[in-house]
Design a protein around this ligand. Structure first.
Ligand code: ASP
Ligand code: MG
Length: 422
């Protein structure tokens, strides 16, 4: 008998019919002798619907008090879907009970709308499991020290599921979603993209942080810290397929690098459209420049990604970095109004129409020339590289957004990732 956590995304919970399918799948697992904890998302569209209602009524200046109420509101989505699933399980003849985050409790810090899990009490859940119940715990939410309901940020149910799996010492965390695993790249951009049977935890971490939307990045960090094996699989396979077959159908995120079946140098290509570039031109090339530019940006809570500095002439340097598109205007204003004048820079320019394309693979550690092959492929397509950043297992380039599809397709083919068509 093993203890397994199932997580179902919003699409999988999207209607009574789909919830019934989830209940049947869970029942199949439980009847096979496993202890099951289920962590559902809100029904698809529900979180957006609730947050849109709040936006209509929002005060001019959203305060901490407003963010508290957003959590109070958004947490109801998961409370509803969890209760519905418990009811559907009971209809299948399963003994089941649902708990909101605060009832477990899942303890978090107090950063409303982006709280972090601090600890999870597993006792209550374990007692129910031992009594033969299927236990459902709401995704996405917890409770802070003062008893306020908190939420974990969009997509946070993935993190709830992995954290619960860690706290319970579960054997595996199965993330059921609307795709059937992790792909070499987004199949909507490259139809020849392939599903990976296994991907290393480190690669998954890079892919999640580089823009792959399959898992919330924090859930991958959690899995790494507590070594929780995660499997991503589709909730659209028939619920009654054989258990062993079901386990083969997704992507396993593994910690054993040798277990990797596909020994490709590059495992996947990630991309992110949502970035923008800003450049401060003609800054005096003296110690402390990077700090004087990026310090105020960080203080404004703006996340910076790729950074480059190059010397132009006469002791002046150009300094460029990327930020999320949502922060673009704010970053430009900040630099133009305060930062650049104070340091005697010549000009601040920007480009919101860029994107970042990255190749990822643990094989890059032991192979030379992977990055240069990437640059060659892009140059053969006539694509200009504006910025480059590398780490041990990835190389990212910033390019004009209009070349995104072309770049991703060309790299996918060049690194041998295209599906072999029979
Ligand atoms: N319901 C939340 C959201 O839509 C959390 C989740 O689905 O993971 O972001
Ligand atoms: Mg999700």
């Amino acid at each position: 008998m093993s203890l397994i956590v199932h997580k179902y995304g919003g699409t999988s919970m999207g209607s009574p019919e789909r919830i019934r399918n989830v209940a049947r799948r869970v029942t199949k697992w439980a009847r096979a002798g496993h202890q099951i904890v289920v962590v559902p998302s809100a029904m698809s569209g529900e979180t957006n619907r609730l947050l849109a209602l709040a936006a209509e009524l929002a005060p001019q200046r959203p305060s901490a008090a407003y963010h508290r109420e957003l959590d109070m509101l958004a947490a109801t989505g998961e409370q509803a879907s969890s209760a519905l699933l418990a009811i559907a399980l009971q209809a299948e003849g399963m003994d089941s009970v649902s708990y909101a985050g605060w009832q477990v409790p899942v303890r978090t810090d107090s950063s409303h709308t982006k709280a972090r899990i601090e600890s999870i009490d597993s006792e209550r859940v374990r007692a129910d499991l031992d009594d033969g119940r299927v236990v459902i715990v709401t995704g996405f939410q917890g409770i802070d020290e003062l008893g306020n309901i908190t939420t974990l940020g969009r997509g946070g149910s993935d993190t709830s599921a992995v954290a619960i799996a860690a706290a319970m010492g579960a054997d595996e965390c199965l993330i059921y979603t609307d795709v059937d695993g992790v792909y070499t790249t987004d199949p909507r951009v490259v139809p020849a993209a392939r599903r990976l049977h296994t991907v290393s935890f480190e690669e998954m971490l890079e892919m999640a942080s580089l823009g792959s939307k399959v898992l919330q990045i924090r859930s991958v960090e959690f899995a790494g810290k507590y070594r929780v094996p995660i499997r991503v699989l589709s909730s659209f396979t028939p619920w009654d397929i054989d258990l062993a077959e079901e386990m083969q159908s997704g992507t396993l995120i593994t910690f054993e690098e040798d277990e990797k079946m596909e020994q490709a140098v590059v495992s996947g290509i990630a991309f992110n459209r949502g970035e923008a570039k800003v450049s401060v031109l003609g800054v005096p090339d003296t110690p402390g420049i990077a700090y004087r530019i990026l310090g105020p940006v960080a203080d404004a809570n703006i996340e910076v990604d790729v950074i480059i500095q190059n010397i132009s002439k006469e002791g002046k340097a150009d300094f460029s970095f990327t930020v999320g598109q949502a922060d673009y205007q704010r970053t430009l204003d900040l630099l133009r109004e305060a930062v650049a004048p104070a340091m005697g820079a010549q000009e601040v320019v920007g480009d919101p129409n860029i994107c970042k394309v990255s190749i990822v693979g643990i094989g890059m550690r032991s192979h030379v020339g992977v990055a240069s092959k990437m640059f060659r492929v892009l140059s053969e397509e006539g694509i200009n590289i504006q910025m480059i950043s590398t780490s041990e297992i990835k190389t990212s380039v910033v390019i004009d957004e209009k070349y995104l599809e072309l770049a991703v397709r060309a790299l996918h083919t060049a690194f041998g990732l295209d599906q072999q068509t029979a």
